[in-house]
Structure formats: structure tokens, C-alpha cells
Design a protein around this ligand. Structure first.
Ligand code: NAP
Length: 267
């Protein structure tokens, strides 16, 4: 069996630009065949042609709007039906950064549809297949804005908090199987997302923005290290351990079955 056949096909959503385009490059470089998903068919084809030429891997493209139910169904079916799929990177995401009252219904629906609905259905399709095979890797791209909310990020942060909670649950589900699930939480990274969100990347504080290739390379290094949660820009790994530890401790403390003493005193 060739190395390529062993690695299998990697699906990358949002592969026409930004982090997804770099994931596609790095996974092809590793020897994966690819299935690339995004709306802009012309850009997807450009990415695919370059990767076929550079790495000699098979690259299929699937132009689809993940916010459109029929398109999502097509992509979900493609993921569920192809036994060669070994890796899914749920990367496609959208952001409008504005106070809720200044966000249109269409903008908020788009964030719910792409960041939550599509990611959940595609995770479901991939994990069902991976669990049946006892192998496979799911990578879900969340955000540091899923662990901290700004006054302009309530909806985006809410969607990314969903990604984090959902993906942490999946990790519990696959424990002890051959299936891996990684949660990636990038901080500000130089991609089109910012311009599209309404906040130009030039408005961010100097020194706080990572290059997109550095972000993806760090995320893949985290995957290789077997990390459950990868925060590409966080140097102090112990901080993340304390954060998840505190969350578990708080959950444990909530299992008392009684009102806390401070509420009894106030009653
Ligand atoms: N950049 C950052 O600072 C940052 C920080 C934290 C987390 N993230 C997360 O990282 C992921 C990638 O973001 P990015 O920064 O690379 O953004 P980006 O440069 O704007 O790329 C987003 C990708 O998603 C695709 N996409 C958007 N809406 C879609 C839809 N309805 N259907 C199908 N594909 C769609 C876009 O392709 P088409 O337009 O061709 O459809 C594009 O390929 C997102 O989940 C984002 O939330 C980014």
C-alpha cells in the first residue's frame, strides 16, 4: 500500500482562502489526497490545481454554500459516503464583529449556519464513519473568542463557545477509540476574515496578529503532539491546563445538590 493510500483523504472546509487554504497545502505536502470545500469554485480550482502540480496528490473540489441546507446536505453526504476520508478540518467560519443591535438578522443567521450548524452536521457525518472504522481525525476550528467575549463579539463568541463545548464533548465520546478530535483556538490571524467582519486587521494592536501559515503550522504541530486543545499563540501551556482544570473543578463544585450557603443566608 502506498503512503498516500495509508494517509487517506483530508477534507478541508473553507479551503479557498485563509487558514483553510494553508491547511490544504500542508495536508497535501504530508501526502493526503484532498476534498476541498468553499463557495468560490474558481478559487477552489486554483488551489486544487496548484496542489496537484506541487505535490502530485489527488484533489477534488466541492463548491458549496455551507449555510444553504441543500449544499450542506451534499457535503455531508460526500463526507459520509467516502471511506477514504481519514481527516476532516471543519475550518470554514464567518464573523461579523459588531454589537448585537447593529448586526442584521442575515449576518447573525450566517454565523449560526456556518459556524455551528454546518460544523455540527459535518462532525456528525465524519465521526459516525470514523467510529465505525475505529480511526480518523476530526479538527474543529474554534477561536479564543470562544473563551472570552468582547462587546462586539457576542454572537461570534457564542458560536465559537459552541464549537469548544461540542468538540470537548466529542473528545470524551471518542476516548479509548482510535479516533482523534482536536480543538484549535486561534487568536487574531492575518486573513480576510477581519475585513469581512467589519474590523480591518490594521485596526488590531501591533504585535497581536499571527501570520496564517504560522497558525496552521502550530496547529498541526499540536495535532502531532496529541493535544486535545491547541492554542497556537499561547506560550504558557500551563495556563490552558489551569483553565480546563478550573472548569472541571467548578463543574464538580456545582454537584452539591443544595443551595450555596450565601443564598440561604440571604433568603
Ligand atoms: N483569522 C482569525 O483571526 C481567526 C481567529 C480565530 C479563529 N478563526 C477561525 O478560523 C477559521 C478560518 O477563518 P479564516 O481566518 O481563514 O477566514 P477567511 O480567510 O475569511 O476564510 C474563510 C473560509 O471559509 C469559507 N466560507 C465562508 N462562508 C462559507 C460558506 N457559507 N460556505 C462555504 N464556505 C464558506 C470561505 O470561502 P468562500 O468565501 O469561497 O465560501 C473561506 O475559504 C474560521 O472558522 C474562523 O472563525 C480565525
Amino acid at each position: 500500500m502506498s503512503e498516500q493510500a495509508t494517509l487517506g483523504t483530508a477534507v478541508v472546509t473553507g479551503a479557498s482562502a485563509g487558514l483553510g487554504k494553508i491547511y490544504a497545502d500542508r495536508l497535501a505536502r504530508r501526502g493526503h489526497d484532498l476534498l476541498l470545500v468553499a463557495r468560490r469554485a474558481d478559487l477552489l480550482e486554483e488551489v486544487a490545481a496548484a496542489l496537484r502540480a506541487r505535490y502530485g496528490v489527488k484533489v477534488q473540489t466541492l463548491a458549496a454554500d455551507l449555510a444553504a441546507p441543500a449544499d450542506l446536505e451534499r457535503v455531508t453526504h460526500a463526507v459520509a459516503a467516502d471511506p477514504s476520508i481519514a481527516l476532516l478540518v471543519n475550518n470554514a467560519g464567518v464573523s461579523t464583529l459588531a454589537p448585537v443591535a447593529q448586526t442584521t438578522g442575515a449576518q447573525l443567521q450566517n454565523m449560526l449556519d456556518v459556524n455551528i450548524n454546518a460544523l455540527t452536521h459535518l462532525s456528525h457525518a465524519a465521526l459516525t464513519a470514523f467510529k465505525a472504522k475505529g480511526q480518523g481525525t476530526l479538527v474543529n476550528i474554534g477561536s479564543v473568542l470562544g473563551v472570552h467575549t468582547l462587546p462586539i463579539s457576542s454572537i461570534y463568541s457564542g458560536t465559537k463557545a459552541f464549537v469548544a463545548a461540542f468538540t470537548r464533548g466529542l473528545q470524551e465520546e471518542v476516548a479509548g477509540t482510535g479516533v482523534k478530535v482536536q480543538l484549535v483556538l486561534p487568536a487574531a490571524t492575518a486573513t480576510d476574515l477581519w475585513e469581512l467582519s467589519g474590523v480591518p486587521v490594521s485596526a488590531l494592536a501591533e504585535g497581536t496578529v499571527m501570520q496564517a501559515d504560522d497558525c496552521v503550522d502550530a496547529a498541526l504541530a499540536g495535532l502531532d503532539l496529541g493535544e486535545a486543545i491547541t492554542m497556537p499563540s499561547v506560550n504558557d501551556a500551563a495556563l490552558l491546563a489551569r483553565f480546563t482544570g478550573a472548569s472541571l473543578e467548578l463543574f464538580g463544585a456545582s454537584q452539591s445538590g443544595k443551595p450555596a450557603a450565601r443564598y440561604l443566608a440571604a433568603a
